[in-house]
Design a protein around this ligand. Sequence first.
Ligand code: ASP
Ligand code: MG
Length: 413
Amino acid sequence: MTTIVQKFGGTSVADAAKIKRAAQRVKQAKDEGHGVITVVSAMGKSTDSLVDLAFQMSEEPDKREMDMLMSTGEQVTISLMVMALKELGIEAVSLTGWQAGIRTEPVHQNARITDIETSNIERYLDEGKVVIVAGFQGMTEEGEITTLGRGGSDTTAVALASALQAENCTIFTDVAGVFTSDPRVVNKARQLKSVSYDEMLELANLGAGVLHPRAVEFAKNYAIPLIVRSSMEEQEGTVVEEEASMEQNLIVRGLAFESGVTKVTVEGMQNEVNTLTNLFSTLAQSGINVDIIIQQLTEDDRVNVSFSIHTQALRETLNVLENNKNKLNYTKVRHLDQLAKVSIVGSGMVSNPGVAADMFQVLSEQEVRVQMVSTSEIKVSVVVEEEKMTNAVEALHTFFELDEKVEVQANMA
Ligand code: ASP
Ligand code: MG
């Protein structure tokens, strides 16, 4: 018997009717003769509602209690799902993260899974039961409830797939698969048949919300094929796998973007060997997530450093810098907000020089000024004015031939 893992996201279990519908999908897999483990998210936006409640109690809710609270969302879904399955004549059992043996490091709100003790799940599978597991949660060695970070149910699913050596892991969601770009913004975005782990990892880290980055990392490390598909429609989804070579010719496979970016510049620091360490460790210690970094040497041998952050973190960042002014020994801090990050991603870049140059050319034709740049082997990101973002994205999407139907048959052999 093959084991498969499925996961249903919040939108796919948003109400009673949707849970029943998802249950049909679970039944289908079970009827096909698989051992089935199904991971579910909290219903609809219920995690958001819980967070909202917490912030009505406190401006800075206790992290342990946040995990206690947030882990309840998924527990609602697992029990309802089992009830729905029993109505369909399917034997099933619900398990919380800790009952499912999911152990995490002792970190609240963003814990990593360290280990999965699968004996409980395996026992139920042996009894022929479908096992419904609460996503996004685990337990530390000390028995503390933890959560895996927003969107973490994907990670639960992939981690279970690897621990149970499942055939594959299907993420059922409210979109048809992975797209070249966000179809809500880019009209001409189209669905990809396949995408490589590395490309998906870049896209997910860039905020393509369809998969949790850590889940992709996991899938890559354990070579688990990930299938992303709609829970509403029958059509095939997108396969995330090692080599997405069937759509070669595509130098750029996807385009990601996000608004709400701010560039902060710290000016006039001493040009010393530990200047950058001091600055960024100070920011890191305050939990400030920095993205693109640019260092510049001034004529009078001072150092100016610019970095980008989420605009939400601006106040905190300015506070931290102000509180550490003596230690960091800078002359001035400036910031520029209402920026956006636009990125192109594709493994084809590795062997095709000039992709960044093409990108800049397209942007300059659109009169989009580039504020910051960062690259990896398979990605180029630029920071631009927020109001130019959609324009830039559409022009790049067209230029890199993502609009047209260039997919070749998935099976050429
Ligand atoms: N319910 C959690 C969230 O909304 C986890 C998930 O859905 O993946 O972030
Ligand atoms: Mg999600």
